[in-house]
Design a protein around this ligand. Structure first.
Ligand SMILES: Cc1ncc(COP(=O)(O)O)c(C=O)c1O
Length: 354
């Protein structure tokens, strides 16, 4: 199986990282979308208070965490009907293992996408097929990924588009999993959860959420799914056998994080201010910005090979990600992450304007 995995794409970016680091004023790394703003104090306190943790945690989650996820799913996502919840060890883990867990044979993935959807299909030895967002054009398959707002494009799918995906799932009796880990970071478009559009019939439907970005908890590895109770029961059963359980102090931290929206609003405002600062500076350098309405990224092109744009920015000490990491259709784009400090954003703007 290892031999079928692609080379780890970030290794190809390393020489451009070296070039950007050699800038006299240092590198501004807008490539990997790893949060830099501090985890809010009250979340850190909850983690510390549970440091005495001699017993094994429960795979299904503590009753308090389960209740917090359910409440959040109803209030924030608009979930209706019967649904279950399940914490996972960061959402990347679930993305990589879900096709294996559900014994998928054919996985539909967005044509410009977070690479782990494809990797998950490879691990399961399933076929992965890139598709556009119009589900009327989708072939039969047993699993399909949605991602809105999208990494890398920041595109927000419309209600009609998501509903068509739900119809596809029903017509094919196939799993539809919507990766909504950037849903809290709306800017000029409002994202709708798949859970708000099922009319209470959640069969084969899952939504995947993460606290990595929402609550700057990427180092905690804290995520969860919401959706079809029968499907989640099957996933939970396998995870129990495999020891895939979220650490108890992390579960406690997740519970308090989900109970608070104020820190999320502050973080949203931070990312949106960074986006608003970078956007005109990039445009003035000839980059067109596509989609990028919400989420954590600016998706840009100068109608040239992505590596040419990456090199041009690296000469200015700025590291971006080539769109080719996300699929053939991204080969003339770059992805700019908003995950650096405000001071670094201001410095990046200065360098672009210079
Ligand atoms: C679309 C998407 N899904 C899932 C993840 C994984 O996030 P985590 O494992 O931190 O929850 C990422 C991370 O960047 C992502 O962009």
């Amino acid at each position: 199986m290892r031999s079928s995995l692609p080379d780890f794409p970030w290794d190809a970016l390393a020489p451009y990282g070296d070039k950007a680091r050699s800038h006299p004023a240092g590198i501004i790394d807008l490539s990997v979308g790893t949060p830099v703003d501090p985890t809010p104090d009250f979340i850190q306190a909850a983690l510390r208070e549970s440091a005495n943790s001699p017993s094994y945690p429960v795979t299904a989650g503590t009753p308090e965490l389960r209740a917090a996820i359910k409440k959040w799913a109803i209030e924030r996502l608009g979930a209706t009907g019967e649904f279950d919840v399940l914490p996972v060890i960061g959402s990347k883990e679930l993305v990589a293992w879900l096709p294996t867990i559900v014994e998928s044979k054919k996985v539909l993935i967005p044509e410009i996408a977070y690479p782990t959807y494809h990797v998950g299909a490879l691990i399961a030895q399933a076929q992965s097929m890139p598709v556009g967002i119009d589900a009327l054009t989708w072939p039969a398959a047993d699993l399909a990924w949605l991602n809105s707002p999208s990494n890398p494009t920041g595109r927000v799918h419309t209600v009609a588009e998501i509903k068509a995906c739900i119809d596809w799932s029903r017509a094919n009796n196939s799993i539809l999993i919507s990766d909504e880990c950037y849903l809290e970071f709306d800017h000029t478009a409002v994202s709708t959860s798949v859970m708000a559009l099922t009319g209470g019939d959640n069969k084969n439907i899952l939504a995947l959420h993460s606290l990595s970005k929402r609550s700057s908890m990427a180092g905690y590895r804290a995520a969860f799914m919401v959706g079809d109770p029968a499907l989640i029961a099957k996933i939970r059963e396998l995870r129990k056998h495999a020891g895939m359980m979220v650490a108890l102090p992390v579960q406690k931290a997740m519970t308090v994080a989900l109970g608070d929206d104020k820190h999320v609003a502050e973080q949203r405002a931070r990312y949106n201010a960074r986006r608003d600062a970078l956007r005109p500076a990039l445009q003035a350098c000839g980059f067109k910005i596509e989609y990028s309405n919400s989420g954590l990224y600016l998706w840009c092109t100068r109608d040239e090979d992505a590596w040419t744009s990456v090199d041009w920015l690296a000469q200015r000490g700025i590291l971006a990600t080539p769109g080719s990491f996300y699929g053939e259709k991204g080969k003339n784009h770059i992805r700019i992450a908003l995950t650096v400090t405000d001071a670094q954003i201001a410095e990046a703007v200065m360098r672009l304007e210079a």
